[in-house]
Design a binder for this molecule. Sequence first.
Ligand code: PMP
Length: 466
Amino acid sequence: MRPGMTDPRELDKQYVFHPFSMAHVHEQSGALMMARSADGCWITDDSGKRHLDAMAGLWCVNVGYGRDRIADALADQARQLSYFHGFSSMATEPAATLAERVIAKAPEGFSKVFFGASGSDANDTQAKIVWYYNNARGKPEKKKIIARDRGYHGVTVMTAGLTGLPGLHAGFDLPLPMIRHVSAPHNVWTRLPEEDDAAFTARLAKELEDLILSEGPDTVGAFIAEPVMGAGGVIVPPEGYFAAIREVLDRYDVLLIADEVICGFGRLGTWFGTEALDMQPDLMSVAKGITSGYAPLSGVLVGDKVWRVISGEAPAKFGAFGHGYTYTAHPVMAAAALANLDIVEEENLVERAGEMGAYLNEALARAFADLPIVAETRGKGLMAAVEFARPTADGWQKFDSSLQVAPRIVRAALEDGVISRALPNSDAVSFSPPFTITPEEIDLAVSTVRKAAGVVHDALRAEDTP
Ligand code: PMP
């Protein structure tokens, strides 16, 4: 802190309205203030303590911290052309180059990118595209969007409702009335004990079909899903899940939106989660990993089927496409993305995410096998979670939320210098590190969280809550 400067923690306490935080608790406890990128997976707080960030920020710092190449790309582009927009057929070179690069990586049949600045705005754009598409096709009733419990799609008025987590609805009068939810493919909380993958998948596909039929297929426009759910618990669907879902959607002319905000650009060991999960979407949302969090940028990838309609004759009656943000196709953000993608390609980081992901998932399975309050360790690529629950005679029971099991584990690990994350609606602790993480760093993250979980388990036993 410079002499004469007010303590930034005090400024934070007084003036910052924090996202996803309890205002009264924050005013008491204040913030953990991060001060510097260290290198790779490491970040330094304002006291000089180094933390191993096993969450890559919010699932986004894929190439790791401290990349001068991206910092230089941002500065160079800001000097060359700091800003221009994309309205009314305006363009900049970095955005055009990036669009080509993204489409080249995308699955077959994708031809256009609409840029934004966040995952939320990308999914908001998706909802508007679905409506616009169906209006243009003369199907104005086809507007409902089905999402999944525990899915995370953002926080705008539309996307907070699509998000299937009650904490994002409470107090906000959400979801909007055209949103519906179906069950998540959750092994611990949704799968029945006797169900194998085929039976579980068939039941979930039938639930979706029953909902479409009861709502009326002429009123349902789209289904949105993350390939692997992130914030809702790192939920990997059973084998064959998306093929079965796609079949149902095709039967009723319902679009499939893949929310690739976390999975996109390598986290599962493939460029997109859709490849890893055999998901054949009509539309895709990307954000986070496109810049590794060095700059805010998102994209909506539009498949040919939708593009043919929205670029055709029919929508001419609406005038110019009436949607776009000041920062759509921002050249400085695009330059950061291009430098980030150069790093991902040159260092083979997608492949590395697959390899380190396998190592992480094995390490978690081994380390937590003996802890009686672990219902499951699960994951795919560099997304993983440990689900904590109370063992009972016939399965698992959620801990009372007042016990704060996962948050306590995460806080204890943080004390020991490892950042993990407690996910809502049960007690899961997640891991989503930079792709550059080493086996030694994975061992450190896993053993630190395992130790924290052991301490919390002992405390629960002492409190007589086994
Ligand atoms: N979709 C998914 C799958 C996400 O994980 C997130 C953010 N965690 C979002 C959308 C929203 O992105 P943002 O916070 O950038 O608005």
